[in-house]
Design a binder for this molecule. Structure first.
Ligand SMILES: [Zn+2]
Length: 657
């Protein structure tokens, strides 16, 4: 591990707070030091109050900020003297502490100070850096770990046994350092937790951290740790995808809400899952108790009978809760958050894609550290009581009660075709805004640019069944299944009277506007049957109930599509899959409506383009957003009792009414 300090970059920063931001970001850049909001840093300086008086101030990382991207506004100014006094109190609950920390803020608009703020305050150095360095924590998670750390660090670090974060940790450090000569120390090592380093100089404090972690890295490397098994993922078949969707359905039931189940097939994940001893080493506990808030204490091992293994996990979780509950706690949902899928990889499980990404990163760091510890001895995590205390920490339980209701589609997964423009694009946006994950397909390669943490955009010609199969497998691997199908890809066939309609044009129209929907639906049915509140929307057309001259190929295909949906509603109803059709009309902000098509259609009714646009009962221009709202309604909770229905989104059409 090397220092990333750069004189030029450092010189460009503004003052000590600027330097504080700079070295915090250097730490944040390395995910073997801190992960997703983990770790914290601080600076002791002066601030001015309204009377012009200078107040000794602790600028400490505020909650909700990540060291990787922190800014000056992410450091909460707090009254240093108040925090130092708090450390001398005999006891205080963490709820009281959180309250007092807020009360000690010198700027009420600043974020809540880190729960480790008091600890920062009692270290008499300007700069304090704190990380949860994998290498140091991994060494401490083995039976001889403490001794090893003492040999490595006794000269310049204070080593303290594990206590949970919060007031008692600050109190532990306060007691342990009362008689201490701080000049002898570069830092403090907290077993099973992490490292604090400090100095009056930003660079020195940061580089104390790097040197400290480098010592642990070297120790591990000298003993052959770090060469963890890596394997390429095997072929992922349709049967595997179906298994994954069944696993996801079961754990969503266990969690009481739809969950994302993201398969991680990186070589380190597959290698770990293929280890003979994985069921043993993976279930001894987390890297640090903090991680349980995302990952729970242990993963589920999926090896033979997945359903029975998931069921056993829940039984064990409830028993663990019963064993450790003091009587007044609320049991969290018992569903696992990490699955080790034998020979396949790791499955990261969470209520949404953002949190699944966090789970994935923690799981990968954990599996590396577990194997390092095994290489130098035996992986041994903190006790189950210590882990329980963090998962059921009073501050976390209080947070649960304040949690806003999840977004309406959180944890659900939609597949949308024709996703790069018009109705498809706006539907993707609307679904994502409601918390949905979306597999977005379009023949236009620009669909890939729509990709984000919640959207997997893939170019796909829906008339090519091979491309569809590949896309479905990728989508299921990424999110765990399919709950919603919005079959929307289509194009208006050129206006031609039947007398002039060629076989090829007819076949092409039927292929895109009917057959491709039918085969996509067929491919999705097994996943939909495993889905959470599964629903299908087929985007048909007003041309079904009210056809127009010159549009035989298009109207016939959409009529066939509608009939397909009616049959599907009958066939899939027993599995709880709803199938409904939308008949949009004259949605001009879509790719279908080119200037030429618009002119042609207007001509065939003997209207001007303008008359044609507002030619509906409500005299309104219908937009993609109107259709997307209907998609949300039909796939959400508002039409749970509706299937086989055809809903016009056309501003009202006197030929249909
Ligand atoms: Zn910490």
């Amino acid at each position: 591990m090397h220092s990333l300090w750069n004189e030029m970059e450092a010189a460009e920063t503004a003052g000590e707070l600027g330097l504080r931001v700079y070295t915090s970001r250097l730490l944040g850049r390395d995910d073997s030091l801190v992960l997703h909001g983990g770790g914290n840093t601080s600076l002791k300086g002066l601030s001015q109050n309204i009377f012009g008086e200078e107040i000794p101030t602790l600028y400490v990382k505020g909650s909700g900020w990540d060291l990787k991207t922190i800014e000056i506004a992410g450091f909460s100014p707090t009254c240093l003297a108040t925090l130092q006094r708090m450390a001398s109190l005999d006891s205080m609950s963490d709820t009281e502490m959180a309250r007092e920390l807020k009360a000690a803020l010198l700027d009420p608009a600043a974020p809540a100070p880190s729960v480790e703020a008091i600890l920062h305050a009692i270290i008499p150095r300007k700069f304090v850096d704190h990380t949860h360095a994998d290498a140091v924590v991994a060494i401490s998670n083995s039976p001889g770990g403490q001794q090893v750390l003492e040999e490595l660090y006794a000269a310049d670090f204070l080593i303290l046994p594990y206590v949970m974060p919060g007031f008692i940790l600050s109190r532990q450090v306060f007691e342990a350092t009362r008689q201490l000569d701080w000049n002898l120390l570069k830092g403090i090592i907290l077993l099973h937790h992490g490292v604090f380093t400090f100095a009056d100089d930003a660079r020195e404090s940061y580089e104390n951290m790097i040197a400290c972690v480098d010592r642990a890295d070297c120790y591990l490397q000298e003993r052959g740790a770090g060469e963890n098994l890596r394997l390429q993922a095997g072929e992922f078949s349709a049967a595997d995808a179906l298994s994954l969707s069944a696993i996801r359905r079961q754990l969503s039931t266990q969690a009481g809400r739809p969950m994302i189940a993201r398969l991680c097939e990186e070589e380190d994940c597959v290698g770990y899952s293929a280890r003979e001893d994985v069921a043993d080493i993976a279930t001894r506990g987390p890297l640090t108790p903090d991680h349980t808030l995302h990952t729970k204490r242990i993963p589920v091992i999926l090896e033979r009978d997945y359903s029975a293994e998931l069921e056993a996990y829940v039984t064990d979780y409830r028993a663990w809760f019963q064993r450790n509950d003091s009587g007044d706690l609320t049991c969290l949902d018992p569903a696992p958050r990490v699955a080790v899928w034998k020979n396949r990889g790791i499955v990261a499980i969470a209520p949404n894609a953002q949190r699944a990404a966090i789970v994935r990163d923690i799981a990968r760091h954990t599996l590396a550290a577990v194997q390092w510890a095994e290489a130098i001895g035996v992986w041994q995590a903190p006790s189950e009581q210590e882990i329980f205390a963090v998962e059921y920490w009073e501050l976390e339980q209080a947070k649960l009660k304040r949690l806003p209701a999840p977004a309406a589609f959180e944890g659900r997964i939609a597949l949308v075709t024709g996703a790069a423009s018009g109705i498809g694009k706006v539907s993707v946006q609307a679904l994502v805004e409601q918390g949905c994950c979306v597999i977005a397909l379009d023949i236009n390669p620009a669909v890939a640019d729509m990709s984000s943490i919640s959207v997997l955009g893939m170019p796909c010609d829906v008339t090519e069944s091979k491309q569809v199969t590949t896309a479905l497998l990728a989508g299921v691997r990424r999110f765990g299944g399919i709950d919603i199908l919005v079959s929307n890809a289509g194009a208006f066939s050129p206006s031609t009277e039947i007398a002039a309609l060629g076989d090829e044009a007819l076949a092409a129209g039927m292929q895109l506007n009917f057959a491709s929907h039918a085969s996509l639906l067929r491919e999705c049915i097994p996943y939909l049957k495993n889905g959470c509140n599964p629903a299908v929307v087929l985007v048909a057309s007003k041309n079904v109930p009210a056809p127009g001259p010159g549009a035989a190929a298009y109207s016939s295909a959409k009529a066939a599509l509608t009939q397909l949906g009616r049959v599907a509603a009958l066939e899939l109803g027993a599995d709880g899959v709803r199938v409904n059709m939308l008949h949009p009309n004259a949605v001009y902000d879509t790719a279908v409506w080119t200037e030429a098509v618009l002119q042609q259609r207007a001509d065939s009714y003997g209207l001007s383009v303008e008359q044609y646009k507002n030619n509906n009962v409500l005299r309104m221009e219908v937009s993609s957003a109107d259709v997307a709202r209907a998609v949300l309604a039909l796939t959400g909770d508002q039409f749970l009792a509706t299937t086989g229905a055809q809903i016009p989104v056309d501003g009202g059409n006197d030929r249909v009414i």
